[in-house]
Design a protein around this ligand. Structure first.
Ligand code: ADP
Ligand code: MG
Ligand code: ZN
Length: 482
């Protein structure tokens, strides 16, 4: 009998916090791609003997924001710990992290997949510092310590995810929440959010957990899905032929889509964790925590509910719009300027607007199309000032040149005409020019009406109001029956 296997995935996510200065020193946090390497460093973040860390309060505040947004219990006392290991990107020889007393525990995130809505438990959220950045080229290795000591948040789930699709849904949702809270820039290409997937498989329906492997350096949603899928398949094959899985740490090669062994999995004791002697316990005032809770912005779930209740959108329309804060904001700004119902604005955003965003690769924050102009276009179309087809032409012109829709309609002569005599002339011309089609229509080929509509549209350069055109066509055709 062929056994069925079920994947089990737990995710560890590292997210840089958007502070001005680093976690334990006053060095500026800079763009890791564009800033001059090793120009934003000091004795503290390069681990010089005797340099002492001083905690960045803003980093703690942002971390508490995340903990609260994820429905965690915030510890009013947490402990920094040294995680000892050697690597060239870690100048102190240890990373300051949190271990057995993290900042926050026991949270949750709601995700949605084809299978429906599910809650993923968050095991812990803790503060630590980022490492430097190694790169290799032309047989040399380079190290940039600008990133060394940048505040980093680690968010760890319980092993609750059951497919790469769920892992992606979780990662996407967490990414959105971090953007909503404005605690992370969300720029995945810059490595400000990194995923590690812990993967095991077990016989479907069984209870215990099997040995897992941990895939490091997953820096995009795509890599997360590919890495997890590859690992699920690899482990399933090994079990199917009676083999065993070794606990190990794996790398992921984006070019091949394959994981590869990096090292046998280290255990906690390998890191010789001990409390950081240079930092006192982190003690938080509960009033301060409550004031942060009170200042949390509206989060994706709440926004979705509001869009459904206040705007009459369906859950899937609302979720589409709230998946990204920038999209939700843009939608609301257009809606505020438009007379049209939310559903109409939603279909424009989901249709023409998203097509433009995807094709151009421009991020929504950088779009120059003003919500006012967009709203005007939507209303002009709803009021039948222009036809749906002309509206698309105007939209493309607007995003290119930024001009206002009325001007474009005028310049391009796109105004829709419902003046009956103008349309009637076109109808008569089309019927007179096509006697054999008229004959076939009158003989019962009703589908030709659509063809006549097309001819009228062409004759009027798309300016005829289609409803008026249809009415006049039917009338003129019926008259020829007599
Ligand atoms: P460590 O801190 O040593 O990496 P943890 O036990 O804290 O290990 O777990 C890290 C992550 O691995 C968590 O997200 C957890 O949910 C996940 N995990 C633990 N055991 C398994 C397993 N058998 N299969 C899949 N994921 C697992
Ligand atoms: Mg781990
Ligand atoms: Zn520094």
């Amino acid at each position: 009998m062929q056994l069925k296997y079920e994947p089990i995935i737990g995710l560890e996510v590292h997210a840089e916090l958007l502070t001005k200065s680093k976690m334990f020193c006053g060095c500026e946090v800079v763009d890791s791609i564009t800033a001059k390497p090793n120009h934003y460093i000091c004795p503290v973040c390069t681990g010089q003997p005797g340099a002492l860390p001083v905690l960045n309060k803003k980093a703690v505040e942002l971390a508490v924001c995340v903990g609260l947004a994820l429905d965690c219990k915030i510890h009013t006392e947490s402990i920094f710990a040294r995680k000892n290991y050697f690597y060239p990107d870690l100048p102190k020889g240890y990373q300051i992290s949190q271990y057995d007393q993290p900042l926050a525990i026991d949270g949750k995130i709601q995700i949605e997949t084809e299978a429906g809505i599910k809650e993923v438990r968050i095991r812990r959220v803790h503060l630590e510092e980022d490492t430097g950045k190694l790169s290799h080229a032309d047989g040399h290795s380079f190290i940039d310590y600008n990133r060394s000591g940048v505040p980093l948040l680690e968010i760890v789930t319980e092993p609750d995810l059951r497919s790469s699709e769920e892992a992606k849904a979780y990662a996407t949702k967490l990414h959105a929440i971090l953007r909503y809270l404005d605690v992370n820039s969300g720029d995945m290409e810059k490595g400000v959010i990194r995923f590690e997937a812990n993967v095991s498989v077990r016989e479907a329906g069984s209870e215990g957990l099997n040995t897992r492997t941990e895939i490091k350096n997953l820096n995009s949603f795509r890599a997360l899905v590919q890495g997890a899928d590859y690992e699920i398949k690899r482990q399933t094959e090994i079990y199917s032929r009676g083999g065993i899985i070794e606990q190990e740490t794996l790398g992921f090669n984006e070019a091949t889509g394959k994981t590869y062994s990096q090292r046998g999995k280290e255990s906690a004791h390998d890191y010789r964790y001990f409390p950081e002697p240079d930092l006192p316990p982190l003690v938080l005032d509960s009033d301060w925590i409550e004031s942060i809770r009170a200042s949390l912005p509206e989060l994706p779930e709440a926004k979705t509910k509001r869009f459904i209740a206040d705007f009459g959108l369906t859950p899937s329309e609302a979720r589409f719009l709230t998946a990204e804060l920038s999209l939700a904001d843009y939608f609301e700004r257009v809606l505020a300027k438009s007379k049209s119902p939310a559903k109409t604005v939603h279909s424009w955003i989901a249709g023409e607007f998203m097509r433009y965003v995807n094709d151009s690769g421009i991020s929504i924050e950088d779009i120059t199309l003003s919500p006012e102009s967009f709203a005007k276009l939507i209303d002009m179309t709803a009021d039948k000032v222009i036809s749906g087809n002309s509206a698309k032409v105007v939209f493309n012109e607007m995003v290119k040149n930024g001009s206002n829709p009325e001007q474009i309609v005028q310049e391009k002569g796109l105004a829709q005409v419902s003046d009956e005599s103008f349309i009637q002339d076109a109808v008569m011309k089309v019927l007179n020019d096509n006697p054999s089609e008229v004959e076939k229509y009158l003989a019962g080929k009703d589908t030709l009406l659509q063809w006549f509509m097309g001819r009228v549209a062409r004759a009027t350069k798309g300016k005829a109001d289609p409803n008026v055109a249809k009415e006049l066509l039917v009338k003129a055709l019926e008259e020829r029956r007599k």
